[in-house]
Design a protein. Structure first.
Length: 201
């Protein structure tokens, strides 16, 4: 995929953008850039696939609710992640027109990407990119969310086939909040890492 067009658009919206051919190269870059910091992770299959927790934890204090240290609860780890200097997340949909879309169940990831960190990195495989806002939103609701529901074995209609959103009223629904960034938030340092590989959902 040629990232030229979307890179230019994202830069015009206030993001730093760095492109890589492989996830390994992107992981090397982030491992070099982030050192001696407190780091928060949003729930992300992409970050897991890249092995970033294990790499960054060697020389940073990393807080990720899927890797609970002894004696800490999920809620405590999420609060530490929210207060970290650096925050890493992927996205559920990224439009070529520049919108960054995320859907959340607990709200910890959405709240953390909006405010409070020295720097936020969005790590994005090319499969997350859609033509425009409507396509990116459709992708987030009908591809990313059902596959995540199936992955965590949620008791929701979408988890059965991971085929589409059923707009259910299940108490186990993981689609509880939606964020759309039309541009990089003011007074923040945001960088989008684009990778020419399929990563995550």
């Amino acid at each position: 995929m040629d990232f030229t067009k979307i890179k230019s658009k994202l830069e015009s919206l206030g993001y730093g953008v760095t492109c890589f051919d492989t996830a390994d190269a992107a992981a090397d870059y982030l491992d070099e850039k982030i050192s001696d910091k407190t780091v928060g992770f949003g729930g992300s299959v992409t970050l897991e696939q890249m092995g970033l927790y294990d790499r960054l934890a060697l020389h940073n204090d990393v807080f990720y609710h899927n890797r609970l240290p002894g004696g800490m609860t999920r809620a405590e780890v999420c609060k530490r992640a929210a207060a970290a200097q650096i925050y890493l997340s992927s996205v559920n949909g990224l439009a070529e027109s520049g919108e960054v879309i995320n859907i959340d169940g607990f709200g910890n990831r959405i709240s953390s990407i909006l405010f409070g960190h020295e720097k936020v990195y969005f790590v994005v495989g090319e499969n997350k990119i859609a033509k425009d806002y409507n396509a990116a939103l459709h992708r987030a609701r009908n591809i990313a969310a059902p596959r995540n529901a199936q992955r965590i074995k949620a008791k929701t209609p979408c988890a059965i086939k991971a085929d589409k959103c059923y707009d259910c009223e299940s108490p186990y629904r993981i689609c509880r909040a939606l964020s759309v960034l039309w541009g990089a938030p003011l007074h923040g340092d945001y960088e989008i890492i684009l990778i020419r590989e399929e990563l995550g959902f």
